[in-house]
Design a protein around this ligand. Structure first.
Ligand SMILES: [Zn+2]
Length: 253
């Protein structure tokens, strides 16, 4: 199969409480697979539970930088345990968020480093969330040169891409926003072999649904926009981003 993929979903969140079964049914009917991403220990467990129940759902487990308050050894032990599950394909999301700054920057950097070393130990790729913190993200990553994975909702510029040679770039609904000049340039100048589709649903809904809740099926609008910018066929964008998602997450075809 080489249909649509969504490398970053949060189907466990309460925004899907009313109609989760219908959303999952639409994924099953129209897409190849999605990866549900953990933000804390609870949602990481939820991720694994969804992946166990649905063949087309895979899981990532991690602690979002805005959810690290109380981070302790027990959390790491739990994540490591969850990583042994055959459907856990990555450690994420992890990273730095200096926009919300829930914990001071140095605390965030320390936890990020801990989780990157855990990723090395369990031999998993990472899903990185970075907001207003690109320089520090690159600095922390430089201590872990073996790390590979996805820069989720890539907020950087073309200039930083050479320093992220082990990474794929997650492209989502932001690409369809009128003020997405930076991201358009990234898409234009980066090989399609380095891009993956994502929604970050329920957040970041693409045009024409902006303002409503996002869902995995809307990756179609992102793929169409990538096709337009790169002057490729929609089918090729879907096929190649599917391959990329399988390679980075180690999901067999
Ligand atoms: Zn996310």
């Amino acid at each position: 199969m080489s249909g649509l993929t969504d490398t970053h979903v949060h189907l466990d969140m309460r925004e899907f409480r009313q109609d989760r079964a219908e959303v999952l049914e639409r994924i099953k009917e129209n897409m190849d697979f999605v990866v549900n991403i953990g933000c804390d220990v609870k949602s990481s467990r939820e991720s694994v539970r969804l992946a166990e129940k649905y063949p087309f759902v895979y899981a990532a487990v991690g602690i979002h930088p805005s959810d690290i308050t109380g981070f302790c050894y027990e959390w790491e032990v739990e994540l490591e345990k969850l990583c042994k599950h055959p459907k856990v394909v990555a450690l994420g999301e992890i990273g730095l968020d200096y926009h919300w700054m829930t914990e001071p920057a140095e605390v965030q950097r320390e936890v990020f480093g801990e989780l990157l070393s855990l990723a090395g130990k369990v031999k998993k790729p990472v899903v990185i969330h970075t907001r207003d913190a690109m320089d520090d993200t690159l600095r922390v990553l430089s201590d872990f040169p073996e790390t590979r994975g996805i820069m989720h909702c890539y907020p950087g510029s073309v200039a930083e891409i050479p320093r992220l040679k082990n990474f794929y770039f997650g492209i989502g609904g932001v690409l369809t926003f009128p003020n997405s000049k930076n991201l358009r340039e990234v898409v234009q100048k980066t090989a399609i072999e380095r891009l993956v589709l994502e929604t970050d649903c329920p957040f970041l809904t693409p045009a024409p649904f902006r303002g409503k809740r996002n869902e995995p099926l809307y990756t179609e609008y992102v793929a169409r926009e990538i096709a337009r910018i790169k002057e490729m066929s929609y089918e090729d964008v879907v096929r190649i981003t599917n391959e990329n998602a399988r390679v980075v997450y180690g999901i067999k075809g």
